[in-house]
Design a protein around this ligand. Structure first.
Ligand code: ZN
Ligand code: ZN
Length: 252
């Protein structure tokens, strides 16, 4: 691919390498557009709650300043974008997007790692009941309907350890909803690279039948992974064998 919109930085506490190293790796490997989309700092009003897998609220400006400075410095070599990967939490979404708007991000991608919200009722995505899968799909679709998201990262994060009927019904509901809103679904290369349960062939079979557009995201947490050719080849095999519609030109 010549673009990647899914890139993290050390601010999320589980990624490695300096921002500049991601850029230099991307240039070296011929990437034309590099989108940074670190786990967004989440603004929960009136609490000092902080989830350690994302940057701190007071790191917002430093992150944006760093990416914008690199964007300018390297403008002749690569197009750099400032984005965030963000959960959709119904009660906090409006305040959160206003908070992020202070740095005028170029885009948001949705990565729904938890249900409801982290603050007052955490629901782990690994409970694996059919009800949980339905709740995941409903929350994701509600979030996508805000129009705030460029694409849906790892749509198949909950996996397929549910009843056969629920997998078919709920993932079809997700795929049909995303298609109606014209929102691409990501084939996540971190999942390929680290042998996770996603990207799931069962999920993407449904996406192929529904006719969704899919996009490859490297989900880099280390500089050398901004372009990950072996994982990309695996994803492209999946695209070819399932007959998926792969997006091959930049979304923005
Ligand atoms: Zn991460
Ligand atoms: Zn990510």
């Amino acid at each position: 691919m010549i673009f990647n919109y899914h890139t993290h930085t050390t601010r999320c506490n589980h990624a490695f390498g300096g921002d500049r190293e991601y850029v230099e790796n991307a240039i070296q490997k011929g990437l034309k557009t590099l989108g940074f989309s670190d786990h967004a700092p989440y603004f929960f009003p009136n609490t000092d709650y902080y989830s350690p897998f994302r940057m701190q609220v007071d790191e917002l400006f430093a992150y944006a300043d760093s990416i914008r400075a690199l964007q300018k410095e390297y403008e002749k070599d690569i197009r750099i974008l400032l984005g965030f990967e963000l959960e959709y939490y119904p009660d906090f979404h409006k305040g959160e997007t206003e908070f992020l708007r202070q740095v005028s991000p170029d885009y948001l991608i949705m990565g729904q790692h938890l249900l409801n919200n982290e603050l007052d009722h955490v629901v782990s995505i690994n409970l694996n009941t059919d009800e949980l899968l339905a709740a995941y799909v409903s929350q994701v679709l509600e979030g996508l309907q805000t129009g705030d998201f460029l694409y849906l990262a790892h749509p198949d994060l909950p996996g397929c350890n549910f009843s056969k009927e629920a997998v078919e019904r709920e993932y079809r509901r997700l795929c049909e909803g995303a298609k109606a809103m014209n929102i691409p679904l990501e084939i996540n290369l971190l999942g390929v690279r680290t042998h996770r349960h996603y990207p799931s062939e069962r999920f993407f079979k449904i996406a192929a039948a529904v006719g969704n557009s899919v996009i490859i995201g490297s989900d880099a947490h280390e500089p050398q992974d901004v372009v990950d050719l072996p994982s990309e080849a695996f994803a492209k095999d999946m695209v070819a064998s399932l007959g998926l519609k792969l997006i091959e030109t930049t979304l923005l």
